[in-house]
Design a protein around this ligand. Structure first.
Ligand SMILES: [Zn+2]
Length: 501
C-alpha cells in the first residue's frame, strides 16, 4: 500500500513500534524469569549451607565434650590408683608425693569441669539455632517451590503471549510501506548491535510529537520542523534525537480550549502512551501483583467466568456476597483492588462485622492475587487512599486514570513518607490505597488464590471447582496487617483521616 498518505503510514508505523515495545517487554521478562528461579534456588542452598556449617560445629562441640568426659574418667582411675598406693607406702615422702599427684588431678578436673559447662551451654545454643534454621529452611523451601511454580507458569503464559503477538505482528506488517518498515527495521537492528542502543531501541524509532514536544527526548521541537512534520509531505526527523517525528493530527472538532482541558486518553496513541507509562511505573517499582479479597462462595462463579463489578452482577440477579454493603465511592460498576497487599484495614473490619452478623469465620474468605497487567491492560483509576473518602472523590475520574495518579499512590501522605515506612517499594504508601477497575477482569489474570488454611482449600477446591486450581495457596500473611500497621493506627488520625502529628 505504498500509496497511502504519509500521515496514515506514520500512524501505522507508530502502532507497529508500540507492538514491538510490548514484544520487547515480554522478551525481557522471558529472559529474566530463569535467573529469578536460579536466585530463589540459590537462597535455599545458602540456608542449607548455613545449616550444614552449624551441624558440623555442634558435632565438633559434642566431640570435645566427650573427650573432656573421658579425661575426667581417666583421672578418676588414676586417683583411685594413687589412693591405693598411699595405703601401702612406708615413707612420708612417698605419701606426700602421691598426695601432690592427687591434688594435681583435682586441679585438672576442676578445669575440665569448667570447660564441659561452657561446651554444654554452647551445644544447647547451637541446637536452638539449628532448630530455628530448620524452620527457616523449610519455610524458604516452601516459598521457593510456590514461587518457582508461579514463575514457571508465568513463563508459559509469556511464551503464549509472545507467539500471539508475533502472529499479530506478521499480519500487521504488510499494512506499512516496505521502504518505511525497512528503514525502521534497519534502525532497530543498529540499536541492538550495541549495548547502550538496546535501551534506546525501547523508546523507539518514531517519536510522537505532543504539544510541540518530542516524547522521546522531551525537547521542544523547532517551529519550522513542527510545521513541516504536520504537512506530512516528507519524513521529518527530530533535530535533537534524530527520531522520525509523528505528529498526531488534531481532530477538527476539537477547539483549542477543550484540547487543553481534556485529559482522558482519547486517541489510540494517547491510550498506548498512558498504558506504556503505567507499565513503566510498575516495572520500576516491581509491582507484579494486585489483591482482591472476597467470600469463598463467590470463587466458583469468578473462576467459571470472570471477576465482575457489582452493578453487572446485580443486573444479572446473580447470587453474590458483596464485601462492602455501602459502596460510598459511588462506583458500583468498578472492582476494587489493592496493589501488592490487601487493604487489611477494610478486610479486617469486614471480617469482624461478618463474624458478628452471621458467624462467618476467617476461613470463609479468600484473597485473589491478580497480575499487575490489569493496571495497563484494563480501564483503571488510582486512588491514593480509600476510594470512598471525600478527598479522593473530589478528584475527577479522568485525573485518577492518569499515570501520575498511580505514582501518587506511592508518594507522601501528609507527613508520612513512603521511605520511612518499613514496607517494600511495591506497596502503596497508604494501606487503604485502591485501584478501581471498570472492566471485567478475565480469569487468566488470576495468578493465585489464597485460602485461610489448607482445610478450607481442600474443602472448597474439589467440590466447587471440580479440580485443584493449580495456583491455590494458603499464605496467611494476606489475612494479617501490613508490617507498618502501627503507623496507621486509627488513633493517630483525626476523624477526617488526617494524621494528628
Ligand atoms: Zn527528539
Amino acid at each position: 500500500m505504498a500509496n497511502e498518505p504519509l500521515q496514515e503510514q506514520l500512524s501505522l508505523l507508530y502502532q507497529l513500534q508500540e507492538r514491538d515495545q510490548e514484544l520487547l517487554s515480554v522478551q525481557q521478562k522471558l529472559q529474566e524469569i530463569p535467573s529469578s528461579i536460579e536466585q530463589l534456588e540459590a537462597d535455599v542452598v545458602r540456608y542449607e549451607d548455613d545449616m550444614a556449617a552449624k551441624s558440623a560445629e555442634l558435632a565438633e562441640t559434642e566431640k570435645e565434650q566427650r573427650s573432656k568426659d573421658a579425661e575426667l574418667e581417666m583421672n578418676a582411675v588414676h586417683r583411685e590408683k594413687y589412693r591405693d598406693e598411699q595405703r601401702v607406702v612406708t615413707s612420708n615422702e612417698a605419701y606426700t608425693a602421691l598426695e601432690r599427684q592427687i591434688e594435681y588431678l583435682d586441679e585438672v578436673d576442676g578445669e575440665a569441669e569448667d570447660t564441659i559447662l561452657i561446651l554444654m551451654e554452647k551445644s544447647d545454643q547451637l541446637k536452638e539455632e539449628l532448630a530455628a534454621l530448620e524452620v527457616a529452611v523449610n519455610r524458604e523451601k516452601q516459598k521457593t517451590a510456590s514461587e518457582t511454580a508461579k514463575l514457571k507458569q508465568e513463563l508459559k503464559d509469556l511464551e503464549v503471549e509472545k507467539d500471539e503477538k508475533l502472529k499479530q505482528r506478521k499480519a500487521f506488517l504488510p499494512k506499512i510501506d516496505k521502504r518505511l518498515r525497512d528503514e525502521y527495521h534497519r534502525w532497530m537492528k543498529a540499536q541492538f548491535a550495541n549495548r547502550s542502543g538496546a535501551a534506546r531501541a525501547k523508546t523507539g524509532f518514531v517519536a510522537l510529537s505532543k504539544n510541540g514536544i518530542c516524547t522521546s527526548c522531551r525537547i521542544t521541537i523547532q517551529q519550522q520542523t513542527l510545521k513541516e512534520a504536520q504537512k506530512y509531505e516528507k519524513q521529518v526527523y527530530c533535530s535533537s534525537c534524530k527520531r522520525l517525528l509523528y505528529v498526531e493530527p488534531a481532530t477538527p472538532a476539537e477547539s483549542r480550549s477543550t484540547k487543553l482541558s481534556v485529559s482522558t486518553p482519547n486517541t489510540v496513541a494517547d491510550r498506548n502512551n498512558r498504558n506504556f507509562q503505567i507499565e513503566q511505573i510498575c516495572q520500576e517499582r516491581r509491582i507484579t501483583e494486585l489483591c482482591h479479597f472476597t467470600r469463598i462462595e463467590n470463587l466458583q462463579s469468578i473462576l467459571q467466568e470472570k471477576l465482575l463489578g457489582r452493578s453487572l452482577l446485580e443486573g444479572r440477579g446473580q447470587q453474590f456476597f458483596f464485601n462492602d454493603s455501602n459502596r460510598f465511592d459511588g462506583h458500583k460498576e468498578a472492582i476494587c483492588l489493592s496493589i501488592s497487599f490487601p487493604n487489611y484495614q477494610m478486610f479486617y473490619s469486614i471480617r469482624e462485622l461478618e463474624k458478628g452478623n452471621q458467624e462467618i469465620g476467617d476461613s470463609q474468605w479468600i484473597v485473589l492475587l491478580l497480575d499487575a497487567k490489569v493496571l495497563w491492560k484494563l480501564d483503571c483509576a488510582f486512588c491514593q487512599r480509600n476510594a470512598a473518602h471525600s478527598s479522593v472523590r473530589s478528584i475527577s475520574l479522568e485525573d485518577r486514570r492518569k499515570p501520575e495518579a498511580l505514582k501518587g499512590m506511592f508518594g507522601d501522605f501528609y507527613n508520612i513518607r513512603h521511605q520511612d515506612l518499613s514496607i517494600p517499594q511495591d506497596y502503596p504508601t497508604h494501606p487503604q490505597a485502591e485501584v478501581l477497575v471498570f472492566d471485567p477482569i478475565p480469569v487468566q489474570y488470576i495468578k493465585a488464590i489464597h485460602f485461610w488454611d489448607a482445610d478450607s482449600q481442600e474443602r472448597w477446591l474439589p467440590s466447587n471447582i471440580g479440580t485443584d486450581y493449580e495456583t491455590s495457596c494458603t499464605d496467611r500473611r494476606y489475612f494479617y496487617p501490613r508490617q507498618d500497621y502501627e503507623v496507621w493506627s486509627p488513633d493517630k488520625f483525626n476523624s477526617d483521616g488526617v494524621p494528628l502529628s
